[in-house]
Design a protein around this ligand. Structure first.
Ligand code: FES
Length: 154
């Protein structure tokens, strides 16, 4: 008795979904720093979308311009914005608090439970806009977004 031969169902090349490759891409983010009285106002900075090798870079000094910022906090610091980041991105403070533009959280996602707990200690908290800058990865979802560093009342 002959059994039908199984064939593998391969998707033709021309119908495969093409994924946009952001590995060499840059994005623009506008930052408003409310802590710097000499700030010229909104500043648009260009950020590289980190590659896998950037993700595994050894970081001795995040302010070193050769270090590719992986998150909003480091991007702000490298661009001389007044954002403290006291715990160095360990999710143990709220001094990297940023406000995403309205609707920004829908694009990049909201804070997790641990981040929510730290955000409760942040000044200038705004429901639906607040994130800890060290927890917001630099991705294409931030392209064209405006973020604010809220004024530190202390
Ligand atoms: S730097 Fe401390 S939580 Fe982001």
């Amino acid at each position: 008795m002959n059994t039908p031969m199984k064939t593998s169902a391969k998707t033709p090349l021309n119908t495969r979904q093409k994924h946009r490759n952001f590995s060499n891409s840059t994005i623009n983010i506008t930052i408003i720093d409310h802590n710097d009285p000499s700030s010229p106002g909104p500043v648009t900075v260009t950020a590289k979308i980190p590659t896998e090798s950037d993700e595994s870079q050894s970081v001795t000094d995040p302010f070193d311009p050769s270090h590719v910022p992986l998150n909003l906090m480091t991007l702000c610091q490298q661009n001389s914005m007044e954002i403290e980041g006291a715990c160095g991105g360990e999710l143990a403070c709220s001094t990297c608090h940023v406000l995403l533009e309205p609707g920004g959280i829908e694009k990049v996602g909201g804070p997790g439970e641990e981040e929510e707990d730290m955000l409760d200690l942040a000044y200038g908290l705004e429901e639906g806009r607040s994130r800890l800058g060290c927890q917001v990865r630099i991705t294409e979802k931030l392209d064209g977004m405006t973020i604010e560093i809220p004024e530190d009342p202390y």
